[in-house]
Design a binder for this molecule. Structure first.
Ligand code: FMN
Length: 407
């Protein structure tokens, strides 16, 4: 993440693909550079038929990547160094072809390989004939990319190079610039913050093979941890049992029970600027743990349960200036319960969702949440957990700034 050279200057890697609008990438380059942004151009082979690499080389004062097999001089693996240097990866104009390749995760040229390797947000500005733009395949590919967190700068309607009039013309330069400015501003907005995230379920053992658990997949918490790390935070993720692999550049602590989670959270809480508690901590645990497997014929009629500690409530009681964000999975009166939780647990924000809606929430990739804080309630549109993670990181960034002003 970020430039490996002068980190005080932000870097946009600008991907250019094979369409008539490719010449507009030159204007975009100049506009970016006027704002002090370093631009590194990556072109597909098709793009070089529309605009010369030498033009981009001269405008950017940087080598231009056009092939995986070029010798870039400074780096042995050019696509990886470019991917790491990008604070934002802009593809403008983007062809239908490159959008399809990105959606599939293909990596058969320098542009798509770099795009697949980068951690930076992708800002994609499509340009194409109206029928290509409206094609079902293009719509589906763009939705896939949106769900993965790419920002799509929608094309406008107008006269197209092919003579048609309709949607598909590259968005105005200022729209693309606005999207890039916004993404650059949030690419490092959590720098120097320590964010503690909890995720997943807890398992409360009855015997060595049986437990009380719940259906939390951990996906939301992992996506939030990853997003905060990407935006510069030091992240500790305390995770119950999940099938997910440790997020990149996140200190992941694996636990099983609620008591273990509480201990791990307490250890990290001291120097945390913020806690985002997404874990579905079991409210109860069996009073007795049998160290031997309970035989089928010897099963008790009932299992006596005792209450687990409420980890978040404990943090709310002890916090001085730590930002606390809690989650509420409800099946009815979602907003009402969320507001109750906000106040009773001394939280700064509650992210609430209705887990009774089929296909949303637990387990799936999509969710629909409302954000409840002291100022009011805001409903976010149905989106992938990755996109929701970004909105929650935006909220966190805002709450940390408000806290800084108070301190
Ligand atoms: C004159 C001409 C103009 C083109 N304009 C576009 C365009 O605006 N949008 C698009 O998606 N494809 C356009 N194409 C088709 C792409 O160049 C073609 O799909 C190519 O394979 C894209 O390669 P790339 O995605 O690797 O850059 C055009 C082709 C030609 C010959």
């Amino acid at each position: 993440m970020g430039s490996t050279h002068d980190t005080s200057v932000q870097t946009v890697v600008l991907g250019i693909t094979g369409c008539i609008a490719a010449y507009k990438a030159c204007e975009l380059t100049r506009a970016l550079m006027r704002e002090g942004i370093r631009v590194k151009a990556v072109m597909t082979e098709a793009a070089t038929h529309f605009v010369g690499p030498l033009t981009l080389r001269t405008l950017t004062d940087q080598p231009v990547a056009v092939s995986l097999w070029d010798d870039p001089g400074s780096s042995p693996v050019h696509h990886i160094s470019l991917a790491e240097e990008a604070d934002v990866f802009v593809i403008a104009p983007a062809t239908a072809n490159v959008i399809a390749k990105l959606a599939q995760g293909r990596a058969d040229d320098i542009l798509t390989t770099t795009a697949l390797a980068t951690e930076a947000t992708l800002v994609i500005a499509p340009a194409m004939n109206t029928h290509m733009w409206r094609a079902e395949a293009t719509r589906a590919n763009l939705q896939t990319l949106r769900d993965r967190g790419a920002v799509i700068v929608e094309p406008e309607s107008g006269e197209l190079a092919c003579g048609d009039v309709g949607e598909g013309r590259l968005a105005p330069l200022e729209d693309i610039m606005d999207a890039v400015r916004y993404e650059l501003s949030r690419s490092l907005d959590l720098s120097d913050r320590h964010v503690l995230v909890t995720a997943g379920p807890t398992y409360e053992p009855i015997d060595p093979v049986r437990f009380i658990g719940n259906a939390s997949s951990g996906k939301t918490g992992y996506a939030i941890a990853e997003e905060c790390a990407r935006r510069g935070a030091r992240v500790t993720l305390v995770s119950g049992p999940t099938a997910l692999s440790d997020p990149f550049e996140v200190d992941t602590v694996r636990v099983t029970t609620a008591l273990e989670m509480q201990a791990a959270v307490r250890r990290a809480f001291g120097d945390a600027d913020a806690v985002i508690a997404t874990a579905a901590v079991s409210d109860f645990r069996p009073e007795v743990f049998s160290s031997d497997k309970v035989k089928k014929g010897e099963a008790p009629d009932s299992v006596r349960l005792v209450r687990n500690p409420d980890i978040l409530e404990g943090l709310g009681e002890d916090k001085i200036d730590t930002v606390l964000i809690g989650f509420a999975a409800e099946t009815q009166d979602v907003e009402q319960y969320a507001r109750l939780k906000l106040e009773s647990k001394n939280l700064d924000l509650v992210v609430a969702n209705d887990v009774s809606v089929p296909g949303l929430g637990f387990g799936g990739d999509m969710n629909k949440v409302i954000l409840v804080d002291r100022h009011g309630t805001r409903e976010l549109p149905t989106a992938s957990k990755r996109v929701i993670a970004r909105s929650i990181a935006d909220e966190l960034s805002r709450l940390l700034c408000e806290r800084d002003i108070r301190l």
